[in-house]
Ligand binder design. Structure first.
Ligand SMILES: [Mg+2]
Length: 420
């Protein structure tokens, strides 16, 4: 068995980099907004804009991701801000993942700007994995116009931790033999899955570094923090005991989730994200010719507390709107208003036959929706993911564009707008 080689590839200040790359593509002489004190954040007119991404100079001024734009401006009066454009991010993210798939045998999109690549056994093809990571990083920079960090290790946890070392445009390794030198001296807050309150608790017990935790008695940590303690004790020792996977395991189901790089604090935004997740989940279900009857949602908050909630439908379905409606009900009953960092939708009890509880009013509508869904899938397959969009997404991007001072948009894509 060859030694496992995992890359974790993370776009540096993704939203800002993608905005910068677009501007430079439109006008090669344009100012590279990565070189000034700048930030992505919206929307100031609504008075709840927060910083979603920042440039290195803004970071130097003390601007932090997640803080209100007004605070950031106080620290950095000449801060130039740009509103977010999620449509652009989805497109750039697709380009990024497509390029990775050209080189890596297995690519797992972990969030919009992060992916794991399993490079195990590619040595004969690409040579030294560290050298090849540098080549790949440079290729992304030249071909796509933005920089990434690549972390390399024998498991995903350590690869992810490694990509977080010095940024931007860097390749780092964190193999098990490098833990004492590179990993254990780091403050406990840097460990994956350790939120503010956990860190505070650990520090009150004299655990200040990842090394302190790694060297602690496992049972003591478990009695202190229950199963979460067990997970992070293993993480501190470089052992990936639980899958970093976002998808809740469900019997024969389809799911999707997304890590959000800022805190989602309102239900409108959360539900838009749920809708986009339900769109991909629904498309996968229909693509497989399946029907599902269990819907589950997953919420992870900014302290990494995870909550799941599921329900069984009266009839099996493959309709996006049904899944979405159910996901929204589950969300309303599950969400405690703590800031959200990850949302997931999964489905289960998949069958290849539909069954429907008799309903006088539903049947006709379901049939129409089902046909509409299939038509949309077909258009997307032929003309690309972006060819059909829901009205609510269009409105979002229109609003963003409006406050951006109008950005010329790519008009090539076939625009079918659906009001559902
Ligand atoms: Mg990133």
């Amino acid at each position: 068995m060859p030694t496992p080689i995992i890359y974790h590839i993370d776009v540096n200040s993704a939203f800002l980099s993608w905005e910068a790359a677009r501007r430079l593509e439109e006008d090669p002489d344009a100012l590279d907004i990565r070189t000034i004190a700048s930030a992505i954040g919206g929307n100031e007119e609504m008075r709840h804009g927060i910083v979603l991404a920042k440039s290195p100079l803004a970071k130097k001024c003390g601007v932090i991701t997640g803080e209100p734009l007004a605070h950031a401006r106080r620290k950095c009066p000449n801060l130039v801000t740009f509103p977010p454009d999620f449509e652009l991010y989805v497109k750039r993210s697709n380009d990024f993942m497509t390029l990775l798939r050209e080189y890596a045998p297995e690519v797992e999109a972990y969030s919009i700007d992060e992916a794991f690549c399993d490079m195990t056994g590619t040595g004969s093809l690409y040579g030294d994995p560290v050298e090849f990571a540098r080549t790949l990083k440079d290729k992304i920079r030249t071909e796509l116009g933005f920089t990434v960090n690549i972390g390399i290790s024998s498991n995903r946890l350590l690869a992810k931790m490694a990509s977080d070392f010095e940024k931007p445009d860097k390749v780092h390794t964190l193999f098990p033999e490098e833990l004492p030198e590179k990993f254990w001296p780091l403050p406990i807050e840097n460990l994956f899955f350790v939120g503010k309150s956990t860190a505070k608790k650990l520090r009150s017990f004299g655990i200040h570094t990842i090394g302190n935790l790694a060297g602690s008695d496992r049972n003591t940590i478990v009695s202190l923090l229950k199963s979460h303690g067990d997970t992070i004790w293993h993480y501190a020792n470089g052992i990936e005991i639980t899958e970093l996977s976002h998808e809740a395991p469900m019997n024969k189901g389809y799911g999707n989730s997304i890590t959000i790089h800022y805190d989602v604090t309102d239900s409108d935004t959360a539900k838009k994200i749920l809708l986009s997740l339900c769109e991909t989940v629904g498309a996968r279900i229909r693509d497989a010719g399946a029907y599902i009857s269990v819907v589950q949602i997953q919420i992870v908050d900014n302290e990494f507390r995870q909550r799941c909630h599921q329900t069984t439908l009266p009839s099996s379905t493959n309709i996006t709107e049904k899944i979405y409606e159910t996901a929204c009900c589950l969300f309303d009953s599950l969400w405690d208003h703590s800031p959200i960092r990850l949302l997931g939708v999964s489905t289960g009890k998949a069958t290849t036959e539909s069954y429907e509880q008799y309903s006088l009013f539903d049947t006709g509508k379901n049939e129409r929706l089902s046909k509409l869904n299939s038509a949309v899938d077909d258009i997307r397959r032929r003309f690309g993911e972006d060819s059909v969009k829901r009205a609510c997404f269009i409105e979002t991007s229109t609003k963003n564009k409006g406050s951006a001072g109008s950005m010329p948009k790519n008009k090539d894509s076939l625009s079918h707008f659906l009001k559902l």
